[in-house]
Ligand binder design. Structure first.
Ligand SMILES: [Zn+2]
Length: 216
């Protein structure tokens, strides 16, 4: 009996994600299709994953669904339902950053819980990764603005030292196309690196301020 298999696009459909998201997860390297990752080598020696030849089994589909639960912070959203309130509106934002920052997010939510316990209201609405750093967006009482901003600053600082994929110690990888905070094992996700800036600029926002150029 032949086992049914799926190409990248069909597999992504079954998981309920974009093919590019599935390709990214495979390239992160921690959850691989059981039949392996087909690659091809360019004339310059670079090896690329050959997306056209990806093969996923039914078991793979289930494993990637579980992985998507991790990447969408499914457990955390339930555990912190008292302080996480999903963004609403015509174009709602989510928790748009890597699973390696789960613990940072948990501790941030614990802070919000502490604020709520004192009778103030504070809710996490959404968050994003930008230039390799974690930015969190909340609704809160004006009276606790200082404290919430302080907690956000802690999360921001910790994210710049934590691999956004696996939570191992990391640093900002300054790529030609993208800046991400990654450990050595995941640093390929930001490749090719900017040889001049990588390892020298470790916080793009701070560096931009020092250059008197604010990002955006
Ligand atoms: Zn990592």
């Amino acid at each position: 009996m032949t086992k049914e298999t799926y190409g990248l696009r069909d597999a992504a459909d079954l998981i309920g994600i974009m093919p590019s998201t599935l390709a990214y997860i495979v390239s992160a390297g921690d959850v691989l299709p059981e039949r392996g990752v087909p690659t091809w080598q360019q004339h310059d020696g670079n090896v690329w994953n050959d997306l056209t030849k990806f093969v996923f089994t039914a078991a793979d589909i289930e494993r990637y669904k579980t992985e998507m639960d991790r990447r969408t912070f499914a457990e955390l959203k339930i555990a912190y339902a008292d302080v996480y309130q999903a963004d609403a509106g015509p174009e709602p934002r989510g928790l748009e950053f890597g699973p390696g920052w789960t613990q940072i997010l948990r501790e941030f939510c614990d802070h919000l819980r502490d604020f709520n316990d004192t009778g103030r209201t504070c809710r996490l609405r959404w968050g994003k990764e930008k230039f390799g750093a974690l930015h969190l967006f909340c609704d809160y009482d004006d009276s606790i603005q200082r404290y919430v901003e302080h907690a956000k600053g802690i999360a921001y600082g910790r994210s710049l030292g934590t691999c956004q994929e696996c939570a191992a110690p990391g640093r900002l990888r300054y790529g030609d196309m993208i800046c991400l905070t990654l450990c050595d094992r995941h640093s390929h996700l930001a490749a090719p690196l900017d040889q001049e800036k990588d390892g020298k600029i470790l916080d793009v926002s701070a560096w931009s301020r020092s250059q008197r150029r604010l990002p955006e």
